[in-house]
Design a protein around this ligand. Structure first.
Ligand SMILES: C[S@@+](CC[C@H](N)C(=O)[O-])C[C@H]1O[C@@H](n2cnc3c(N)ncnc32)[C@H](O)[C@@H]1O
Length: 204
């Protein structure tokens, strides 16, 4: 279990070589104008995996509301590349939403929610996901401009939170940025930036 520690991450980057830092800068330059917020996740591996999802879909920033612990094995170390921030509570999140001009979208199961496959995304969405046991708090649910739901067709009452996040981000990125060039594939993996000096990066 790892607690988000911005000082440790800063220290880490001070010790990295310039090529690795340049890799992060190139990634940052491609980030998309949206954010993800998660409220009080209780299972640290879910957050670890969700950090990977945020990275794969060039998330602008990832906000951890309340709980800020995650499984580093789940994040695969990519948390050091992500723009992550801890906010203590719902009030702090709502202040951030106002400051940044986000449209807050509660991703939640609700009879009145809009269905993902028919949804038109706003210009600067902040997708908000609830905890594994309780879903979203009433305060954040009510403060959201929109509720958005992924249709389900089987017996299971809800999806895993990282699975939900992956589906929503995939739908958003492919609909709103259809011409975005995916990272090239080498073998069975997306290829790490060859100029990065990263271990395992294939030769030019
Ligand atoms: C495991 S679910 C929480 C369910 C919780 N037991 C409840 O009844 O409220 C965790 C989070 O995943 C997201 N989620 C899961 N399935 C979803 C769906 N079909 N549509 C939208 N969001 C979903 C929501 O953000 C939810 O708060």
């Amino acid at each position: 279990m790892t607690k988000l520690n911005p000082e440790e991450i800063e220290r880490f980057w001070r010790e990295q070589n310039p090529r690795r830092r340049a890799l992060r800068e190139r990634l940052d330059a491609r980030r998309l104008p949206y954010g993800v917020a998660v409220e009080n996740l209780t299972k640290d591996w879910n957050l670890g995996n969700l950090i990977r999802t945020a990275n794969a879909f060039l998330c602008g920033e990832l906000l951890l509301v309340g709980s800020d612990v995650f499984d580093e094995a789940g994040s695969g170390g990519i948390h050091r590349f992500e723009r992550m921030r801890h906010l203590p509570d719902a009030k702090a999140l709502l202040a951030h939403v106002r400051e940044e001009g986000y449209t807050l979208i509660a991703v939640e199961i609700d009879r009145k929610a809009e269905m993902l496959h028919r949804f038109t995304f706003p210009a600067k969405p902040l997708f908000l996901f609830g905890s594994e046991l309780r879903g979203l708090s009433r305060e954040l649910g009510e403060a959201s401009a929109v509720r958005l739901m992924i249709p389900q067709y089987g017996l299971i009452p809800c999806l895993n939170v990282n699975v939900s996040c992956s589906i929503v981000l995939y739908a958003y990125v492919t609909q709103c940025f259809p011409d975005l060039e995916p990272v090239p594939v080498a073998g069975a993996k997306f290829r790490a930036d060859p100029g990065s000096g990263q271990r395992g990066a294939p030769p030019n």
